[in-house]
Design a protein around this ligand. Structure first.
Ligand code: ZN
Length: 255
């Protein structure tokens, strides 16, 4: 008898579907059960959110809440691979849910296609195990960060522009820094890919790194990119990692 089949908690379908990651000694059945019992809230179903949502769904994260108030536009399809041409003009969150349901009908996906108030945001984040920021504007980033600090929910942030990407993780435990520590001035020049352009596959690269950090956090394995900023230059294929120190004067996380 297959050793895996003796373990309780997973159906035969699940054992087969997730078998290639259950084989990994860092995951095994116990890790898969952790994934299936996890709830991830993902902000943004765009260039970063597409691969994040698809890999988290495929790997069996049991509950995913997808938040995106936008609609699919023709100019999105070059990088936002969760959407299809037929979805142009439809809500991104709903279009993304359709793809995820086709990819893995065994998990549950909830969609929010509106902008959340501060109280709603805090409530949603309180109910999640990990929060993923795949948005494209600083206002949303700062609001998500503040709610994660308040609720002590781990946050995985990604950003992408041109051929460049950034990934950072804040566990929000103990001496964790936060996104605001990195950008104390909210008046930072706001650049977006609608003005400067972005290569779709670079968004995929950054999104895949975020999805990997989420899975590591949920299963509690490996070395998390905690209090660190990874900078990726895909044009020259170079990357380096910087330490992020908690700002003792941070308006959001300082005690
Ligand atoms: Zn801070």
């Amino acid at each position: 008898m297959n050793k895996l089949a003796e373990k309780p908690g997973l159906s035969d379908d699940e054992l087969l579907r997730y078998s290639r990651q259950i084989m990994l000694p860092q995951i095994e059945i116990a890790g898969q059960l952790l994934l299936l019992r996890s709830h991830v809230i993902l902000f943004g179903a765009g260039g970063l959110g597409s691969p994040i949502a698809m890999y988290l769904a495929a790997s069996g994260v049991g509950k995913i809440t997808l938040v995106d108030p936008d609609e699919v536009d023709l100019s999105n399809l070059q990088r936002q691979i969760i959407h299809r041409t037929e979805s142009i003009g439809h809500a991104k969150a709903i279009s993304a849910k359709k793809t995820l349901a086709e990819l893995n009908p065994l998990i549950s996906v909830r969609v929010i296609n509106s902008v959340l108030t501060e109280m709603e945001l805090e409530k949603e984040i309180r109910n999640a195990d990990v929060v993923v920021d795949a948005t494209d504007n600083f206002e949303a980033r700062f609001a998500i960060n503040a709610a994660c600090v308040k609720e002590k929910t781990p946050l995985v942030v990604g950003a992408v522009i041109r051929f460049e990407g950034q990934v950072m993780v804040f566990t929000m435990q103990d001496d964790s820094a936060c996104y605001q520590c990195l950008y104390p001035n909210q008046e930072e020049l706001e650049e977006s890919c609608s003005q400067t352009g972005v290569l779709g596959s670079v968004a995929g690269l950054v999104g895949c790194l975020q999805a990997t950090e989420v899975i590591k956090l949920l299963v509690n394995i490996g070395e998390i990119l905690s209090n660190k900023l990874m900078l990726i230059d895909a044009l020259n294929l170079e990357w380096h990692t910087l330490k992020i120190n908690q700002d003792p004067k941070c308006a959001v996380c300082a005690k």
